[in-house]
Design a protein around this ligand. Structure first.
Ligand SMILES: [Zn+2]
Length: 295
């Protein structure tokens, strides 16, 4: 567990405005801002190299999702934000695990197989798409003409489109769960900062704090702890400062009791709960000379 960490591909995209920039994960891809009706779609996946999902494992993970959900809704409530979160249970068999193998045995083994991370991401995307395809077969038949006519949709995207249709909301959080609770394995959210593929999480822990942390990534939150991707000293220094400033931040201290964690003003901005980011904070945590845009 202690080696468990999650990554997020951070893309800082410059806008046409010369003195303001937008953070690539903010208001981006499928889940733009954390508000109104949100549906979590948990897809349980097992393979030869991950543990089999027992009924108990699945139930305890669903309990953790529920605790994460309640915590996030309470955080929104405290800030007068309208938010409801539903977990997708269309039928009981929607939580029966699908079987899909990673190309190189495990999530981390596949993601970090090559120095070129984009190759690993592509392989994990293929795994996620294949799992989504199997999961989607259990859903009621498609009726949307828009979906039937678009053959270019990949399968995670198709699954999200189906769920949007079934639940009547754009905020679909696709989370794949693998049963690696007792192993050192990562949890990850991919594509939160790009639009090449729909964003999704792969969660290998049953902790409600980790689930809430990954959930916030999907809506644009960034890691505030030091990851292997913070190779420059300046980035590590900025994160240390941010961690000192926000000692209860969920994006920094993921392995603590969820009830002792908080959402800092920085994360509030990234997930769309605050339209502006304080100038000093922006300078402290983000790596640009200019200020991020207001929403
Ligand atoms: Zn993270």
């Amino acid at each position: 567990m202690k080696n468990l960490y999650s990554i997020l591909l951070l893309v800082l995209m410059l806008t046409s405005c010369s003195t303001r920039y937008r953070v690539g994960t903010v208001s981006n891809n499928v889940c733009k801002t954390l508000k109104e009706k949100v549906v979590i779609v948990p897809v349980f996946v097992e393979s030869e190299y991950t543990h089999v999902w027992s009924e108990y494992d699945i139930q305890s993970t669903l309990d953790s999702i529920d605790r994460a959900k309640t915590w996030i809704v309470n955080q929104a409530f405290k800030r007068n934000k309208t938010l409801s979160i539903e977990v997708a249970y269309l039928k009981m068999d929607s939580i029966t695990p699908v079987k899909e193998e990673f190309q190189f045995k495990t999530l981390s083994g596949t993601l970090f197989k090559y120095i070129n991370l984009s190759k690993g991401i592509k392989m994990v995307d293929n795994w996620a798409d294949a799992s989504a395809k199997k999961y989607a077969k259990r859903l009621p038949p498609e009726t949307s003409k828009e979906i039937l006519s678009n053959n270019k949709l990949n399968d995670s995207e198709r699954l999200i489109a189906r769920m949007k249709d079934l639940y009547g909301t754009d905020n679909i959080v696709l989370m794949y769960f693998i049963n690696n609770y007792y192993e050192n394995e990562i949890s990850v959210v991919l594509h939160s900062g790009d639009t090449m593929h729909v964003e999704y999480g792969v969660v290998s822990a049953k902790s409600s704090s980790v689930i809430a942390h990954e959930f916030l990534h999907v809506f644009g939150a960034l890691d505030m702890y030091i990851t292997p991707f913070d190779r420059r000293i300046i980035h590590r220094m900025k994160k240390r400062k941010a961690m000192r400033q926000f000692p209860q931040e969920i994006m920094a201290f993921t392995y603590r009791d969820l009830q002792k964690l908080e959402i800092s003003p920085l994360t509030e901005y990234l997930i769309g709960w605050s339209p502006t980011l304080d100038k000093k904070l922006a300078k402290r945590f983000l790596w640009r000379r200019f200020r991020p845009v207001d929403y």
